[in-house]
Design a protein around this ligand. Structure first.
Ligand SMILES: [Zn+2]
Length: 162
């Protein structure tokens, strides 16, 4: 299962990548280019634009019209439809910036690349295979977990009402 997201879904794209989903995103692709890329690369088109959704379906691609107002609602909507696990597993996680896989790297390799306090406080680090961005489960990680817990609750509530 692979996705392509429209230009309005940049934030959602980053969340899906962290959760291990393969999501192509560029805010430079217009509607026609999105549909062509979805078809050629067999990706599911995620869009907030109902007209684009209809165009996609008319052209025979898999498209999903993303509902919800908040980031959590949008993510819950997609997670429910595609049965996406809302737990982060770093073994399958993708770089939120560029969509490549991340790999765990040994601590000594990041000494020159992260701040001293980060280096002192954390033991596990990951690097993107393509853009080399370094990741660790730092202070912001609490916020990520909280957001995913709220999303899980939304996902369950709406499942119950269907
Ligand atoms: Zn990257």
């Amino acid at each position: 299962m692979r996705f392509i997201a429209d230009g309005m879904l940049g934030k959602l794209t980053r969340w899906l990548r962290i959760l291990g989903q393969d999501v192509k995103y560029s805010n430079k692709l217009d509607d026609a280019a999105l549909v062509v890329a979805a078809k050629k690369e067999r990706r599911i088109l995620l869009t907030r634009d109902f007209e684009l959704y209809r165009q996609g379906v008319a052209k025979g691609i898999d498209a999903f019209y993303v509902e919800g107002e908040t980031g959590e609602e949008k993510l819950a909507d997609i997670a429910r439809r595609f049965n996406i696990d809302l737990n982060v597993d770093m073994a399958t996680s993708r770089c939120p910036k560029c969509n490549s896989k991340v790999t765990q790297i040994s601590k000594d390799k990041v000494a020159a690349k992260v701040g001293k306090s980060t280096f002192d406080h954390y033991e596990e680090f990951w690097a993107c295979r393509k853009c080399a961005q370094i990741y660790w489960q730092g202070a912001h990680w609490k916020g990520i977990r909280r957001k995913l817990e709220r999303t899980k609750a939304l996902k369950t509530i709406e499942e119950g009402t269907n």
